[in-house]
Design a protein around this ligand. Structure first.
Ligand code: GTP
Ligand code: MG
Length: 266
């Protein structure tokens, strides 16, 4: 508790437009990590009671992969800087941005790794895949080949990570460039793939900003939820018992700690 207060006083406050009080909804119910309307009850209670352990200091690593020029950098720049550059500048290797959120009153950070899609930079970029909690596979909704390559990007990203621990998103970009008819055709294929690889599907436009903020809020919220649940599982009953003791009577705590000490010397 005291650590949390001092960390909060050192860091600047989280931007007002990065405060998440409610679970943002998925884009398509047919391809979502889950379709619940609200945060998990255990997570909500833990946040209210400030029992989120180390989650408030955690930085979750997010890697953004996909073919060259599909719009990975523009997607990150639209969200983090609210800018859009119509000129293509290839990412060389990797870049990263930090984004701080506050979810259900708890600070939470995402480290967004923007990787190169160009083949010649791929081997540098792939050395940064390790330790990702979230993998975002980006394709261009006007380029079916970039969707076909999504599986390969996924395979490469998962080589460096525990597949069961990664949250996956499949994101179609440049929605502004496609007609509704063209779009709905590629969306069928994208939804099918998203289901096969168990990814949550989104379609966005970094030019207009459509769905960009909603998407990243969803990523932050789901990553946060997973982290809190993992923390609760890890801490189990021992820490919860300790908190009860602290709250009920500080003398008891002293007695308990003395007892613990004597036990451990035996
Ligand atoms: N119309 C439109 N153009 C976009 C959009 N997103 C990106 N672009 C354009 O697509 C081109 C490539 O965008 P980038 O974000 O640099 O692509 P990238 O995936 O980062 O490419 P690499 O770094 O080489 O892997 C640029 O010219 C962008 O302006 C979008 O939503 N709409
Ligand atoms: Mg780029």
């Amino acid at each position: 508790m005291s650590v949390r207060i001092s960390a909060m006083s050192v860091l600047p406050p989280v931007r007002r437009d990065r405060v998440i009080a409610q679970l943002p909804q998925c884009f398509r119910k047919e391809a979502a990590i889950h379709t619940k309307n609200d945060f998990n009850n255990k997570v909500k209670t833990a946040c209210q009671e400030q029992r989120t352990g180390t989650v408030g200091f955690k930085i979750s690593k997010v890697i953004v992969v996909g073919d060259l020029a599909v719009g990975k950098t523009c997607l990150i720049n639209r969200f983090c800087k609210d800018t859009f550059d119509k000129n293509y500048k290839a990412t060389i290797g990797v870049d990263f941005e930090m984004e701080r959120f506050e979810v259900l009153g708890v600070p939470f950070s995402l480290q967004l790794w923007d990787t190169a899609g160009q083949e010649r930079f791929k081997c540098i970029a792939s050395t940064y895949y390790r330790g990702a909690q979230v993998v975002i596979i980006v394709f261009d909704v006007n380029d079916i080949a970039s969707l076909d390559h999504a599986r390969q990007w996924l395979e490469d990203a998962l080589k460096e990570n525990d597949p069961t621990a990664v949250q996956l998103f499949l994101v179609g970009t440049k929605k502004d460039l496609s007609s509704p008819a063209q779009y709905s055709q590629i969306e069928q294929d994208a939804l099918k793939l998203a289901n096969e690889i168990q990814a949550e599907y989104w379609a966005v436009s970094s030019l207009t900003g459509e769905n960009v903020r909603e998407f990243f809020f969803r990523v932050a919220s789901l990553a946060f939820e997973t982290n809190v649940l993992a923390e609760l599982e890890k801490s189990g009953s021992r820490q919860i018992g300790d908190v009860v003791r602290i709250n009920s009577n500080s003398n008891n705590l002293y007695a308990a700690s003395k007892k613990k000490q004597s036990n451990c010397c035996q």
